[in-house]
Design a protein around this ligand. Structure first.
Ligand code: NAP
Length: 274
């Protein structure tokens, strides 16, 4: 269990939308000891989802988003992007400058929230990714114009419960989306292809996937620990050995250029969707 952060301790947390991301965040907050179940209120249109959440985590649940806002100091908006406008219209009358609203909705800019909520509402835009669902996420946070340091610290502590956290400016968010938001899909393709290679060379599918997945995790951890990717690659490539023979094939196939173009295309598309 990670150490609880004083900045979030005893704060009342509301979560509107308890689907994949909303429930993953609640699980992370509780597992990390950041908040107690009695301090969490969650609302959703889906009564079955709420019942499951109550049974699993003993948090307060309601179908009334206004009740969630009134009972909370930090409100996390985790509905689909297309549902955001309707929810903002509904909750705006209950939002005050003492609330902090954190949105995880992909593609919805800070200005949209600030225009649709009372003046001075502190807003933070978060861009988590799929591995947040298992506590291995990468979240980028963008601060709104009315946020202060305590808001940033609280949001950092909350998202640290589901992985790593960085602070970015909103102009960086399309590139962030293209790398860490879309990245799990790209890496899943690379991983699957690596395993396909193992199958081609006679390994069982299960074994090849395990080898490829753990190799990806271990490589990522070494790089997060400070190893430069080029140094790591050089270290594995012994002169005249098997790795450099494989690297030659990857370079001839243009793997680097393909991944660069994929990130460029995704960032461009992300900008068009906003
Ligand atoms: N999943 C991810 O890995 C991920 C990553 C990054 C960002 N996000 C962002 O997280 C947000 C949620 O995504 P998700 O994958 O968790 O979606 P989801 O599983 O569909 O969850 C959204 C939940 O919100 C509920 N809802 C809809 N309208 C509502 C309303 N007016 N009031 C209260 N609840 C309402 C939905 O109920 P119904 O099903 O009945 O409509 C659903 O249970 C999205 O904006 C997405 O961009 C998700």
């Amino acid at each position: 269990m990670r150490r609880a952060s004083k900045i979030v301790n005893n704060k009342k947390i509301g979560v509107i939308g308890t689907g994949a991301m909303g429930s993953a965040l609640i699980r992370g907050f509780l597992d990390s000891g950041l908040v107690e179940p009695c301090d969490v209120t969650a609302s959703d249109l889906n009564i079955n989802a709420l019942q499951k959440l109550r049974e699993q985590f003993s948090v307060n649940t309601t179908v009334n988003n206004l009740e969630t806002v009134r009972k909370s100091e930090i409100v996390i908006l985790a509905v689909k992007p297309g549902q955001v406008k309707a929810v903002l219209e509904e909750i705006a009358p209950a939002i005050t400058a003492d609330h902090l609203l954190i949105s995880v909705a992909a593609g919805i800019k800070i200005s949209f929230f600030e225009e649709n909520l009372p003046a001075g509402t502190p807003v933070i835009r978060a861009m988590p990714n799929v591995p947040s669902l298992i506590g291995e996420g990468m979240s980028a946070l963008v601060m709104g114009s009315s946020t202060v340091e305590s808001h940033q610290k609280a949001a950092e502590a909350l998202f640290a419960a589901v992985g790593r956290v960085i602070i970015v400016s909103e102009k960086e968010i399309d590139a962030v989306t293209a790398v860490s938001g879309c990245g799990p899909a790209y890496l899943a393709i690379v991983l699957e292809a690596l395993a396909d290679g193992g199958v081609k060379m006679g390994l069982s599918r299960q074994l090849a996937l395990e080898l490829a997945a753990q190799t990806m995790i271990g490589t990522g951890r070494m790089i997060l620990n400070g190893e430069h990717p080029a140094v790591l690659k050089d270290r594995v490539c012994s002169p005249g050995g098997s790795t450099i023979s494989g690297v030659h094939v990857l370079e001839k196939g243009g793997l680097r250029g393909v991944l660069l173009s994929a990130v460029e295309a995704a960032a461009k598309r992300s900008g068009e969707l906003q």
